[in-house]
Design a binder for this molecule. Sequence first.
Ligand code: CA
Ligand code: CA
Length: 389
Amino acid sequence: MNPRGTRTLRAARRFTPAAMALATVALVGPGTVRGADDSPSPRTSPIDPTTLEERSPAGPVIRGDLLAADFDDSTFPPAGWTYAPSAPAPHRWARTTESWNVYSGDGAAVIRWTDTASPDEWLLTPPLDLTGAPAGTTLSFWYRTDPFWFTQGSNAFAANVSTNGGGTWAALFSIHDVTETGWAWRNVVVDLASLLDQSAVILRFRYWGNSAADVALDEIRVGTPDVAPPANDDCAGALAGGFRFGPAVATVVVNGDTRFATHDYTLGASGCTGAIQTGRDVVWVVEVPAAHRFSAVLDPSGDWLGTLFLIEDCANPAATCVAGDRGFSGTATVEIANETAATREYRLVVTGDGTDAGEFALTATVEPGVAVETLGFGALKSMHRGAPR
Ligand SMILES: [Ca+2]
Ligand SMILES: [Ca+2]
C-alpha cells in the first residue's frame, strides 16, 4: 500500500546496468514485449495484443449526443476541434490506424514519446453547451499507455476543462492518479455534474514532458449513459435475479444482449477460450446435478463473434475456467459433465471475442448422460433417482 515507494523502487531498478540493457532492447520497436515484473516496459506501444492487452472494466456505454470523437474518419483533428502542435512529428497528436493503438473502429489519436523534444500538446474539443444537459452527463474516453513512464519528472497526460475560453483549466483526469500496471487500454469516466450550468465547456487532452511513453486516445464521448446494464451483468446480478440453468433437466432458449453490459470477467492470455476476453459480459448460474451434463450454444445475431465460458469462481475466472469457446464458426459451444456424486455449480459467462458485443440467443441444456463407467457409486444412485426437480 505504498505506490510511491513502489515507483521509487522500480525507478531505481531501471537505472541498473542490467535494466538499462533491457530498456535498450525494449526501445528497438515493434515486437518488443514487457519482460518480468522487475524489468521496464517499452515506451512505445507493444504491438502484440495477445501478449499484453488488458482493458480496464468498461463503464456503461456513453452516448455521444453532445460530443463524439472516434478518430475513424481521416480528418484530424476532428471537425470543430482545435490543435496547434508545439513539438515536431511524431511527438504530437496525430491520427493512427495501427491496430494496437486503436481501441475501436478504424482510427485513434496517438502521440509518440521523445527524449529530445519537449512536447506540450493540447488537443481541444469545440466549446460544448452543457446548459440543459441532463443529470448523468458524462465524459468517457479510452487511452492506452504505461503509467510507469509518467511517474518521474514533469511528464503527464491529463484531461482538463475550461469554462472561460481556455483562460484557466481545471483537472478532470491525470495519469499520475493511475495505478502503474503496465501497458493497457484504460477507460476514464468523469461525471460532469458540476459543469451543467456552463454554456462553453472546452475539454483539453494534454500531453507534456519528455522521457515518458506513447499515448493512444480513442472513443471520446460526452453524453448520458445509453441503456442500463442488464440485470445479469455480473455474477451477483445473475444470482439475485434468478438467471439460472438447472438443476432441472431441460433445454431452455433465452435471448440476451451484451452491448450495454459492463466488462467484469477476464480470462487473460491463457484463458480456456484460447483468446483474451475483453468484452462486456452477462452471466447465468448453472447447476448440474450429479451424473448429468450441461451444454450451452451461443448464437450471436448480426456481425459479432460471440464467446462463452464456464467458471467456478467469479473472483478468479482465469484460474477456474473449465470450458470455453471462441465461436469462430458463428456459434460457440461449451459442455461440462458432472461425474461426481454432488451437484456442481458454475457461472456461464457470455461475452465477445476481443471487444465484440451484441444480441444473441442462448440454448442451454441440462440432461442425464455421463458415461456410466466414469461414475462413482453415489453418482449412480443419483442417476437412478432421476433428475432433481
Ligand atoms: Ca476509433
Ligand atoms: Ca458484465
